[in-house]
Design a protein around this ligand. Structure first.
Ligand code: ATP
Ligand code: MG
Length: 224
């Protein structure tokens, strides 16, 4: 599904290069469950942004389902991202003035799904994370764990093949975190390819495959 070959991502800050990723080569097959761990600043979020098509490599090749992403036109890249990839972030990124239902329906709106189907599918996705009683709540009327469950519903409402989670439990208490991990693993069990960035060794250790980053390089890649 994912093939990175010699991928680097470099920024220029104050005239100096910042190497967030250096020469990363990594393949991830369809249906895998992979955790990515490493110190702060090691390039984990940069890697996820590249994998999710939110950013492009400065060097190297990234093939997603056989297509070269590095050189894909912007429109094609945003369509691929919209249709094939779901994201969950530590800090939620929900639209504050929208209800849970509207937030989850948003990706379907962008995909051109009819209003009636949008509402039905968003309600179904929220039901699958146990939030049927909270459809009309805005983000500020939800707990942290509930917000993250809305994010999960939003990430998978389009039925993507790949789910990328960047410290999905980073802002949650341990009970809510455990619940989110269980939901992620249920999605994985139903066939989605799952990549989880985490600082929590307990969570990272649950993945069947563990990738380690340090200073922008892959320094470990082991299967359980
Ligand atoms: N937009 C940017 N411009 C310049 N440098 C950046 C930018 N984004 C990230 N970096 C740098 O790239 C490196 C990798 O950042 P990244 O966010 O990928 O780290 P991370 O492993 O996710 O860290 P954390 O665990 O703290 O989230 C860091 O040194 C960071 O300062
Ligand atoms: Mg990060």
């Amino acid at each position: 599904m994912i093939e990175l070959s010699g991928v680097s991502r470099t920024w220029e800050v104050g005239g100096r290069p910042v190497h967030a990723l250096r020469d990363v080569t990594l393949s991830i097959g369809s249906g895998e469950y992979v955790s990515v761990m490493g110190p702060s600043g090691s390039g984990k979020s940069t890697l996820l942004s590249l994998l999710g098509g939110l950013d492009r490599p400065t060097a190297g090749s990234y093939r997603f389902e056989g297509r070269e992403v590095a050189s894909l036109p912007d429109d094609d890249l945003s369509r691929l991202r919209r249709e094939r990839i779901g994201f969950v972030f530590q800090s939620f990124h929900l639209v504050p003035r929208m209800t849970a239902l509207e937030n989850v329906a948003l990706p379907l709106l962008l995909a051109g799904v009819s209003p009636k189907d949008r509402t039905a599918r968003a309600a179904e996705a929220l039901a699958s994370v146990g939030l049927s009683p909270r459809l009309d709540h805005r983000p500020d009327q939800l707990s942290g764990g509930e917000k993250q469950r809305v994010c999960l519903a939003r990430a998978v409402v389009t039925r993507p093949g790949l789910l990328l989670a960047d410290e999905p439990t980073g802002n949650l208490d341990s009970a809510s975190g455990t619940e989110i991990v269980a939901l992620l693993e249920r999605l994985h069990a139903s066939g989605i390819t799952l990549l989880v960035v985490t600082h929590d060794a307990g969570i990272g250790g649950r993945a069947r495959r563990r990738v380690r980053l340090a200073d922008g390089r892959v320094t470990g890649d082991e299967a359980a």
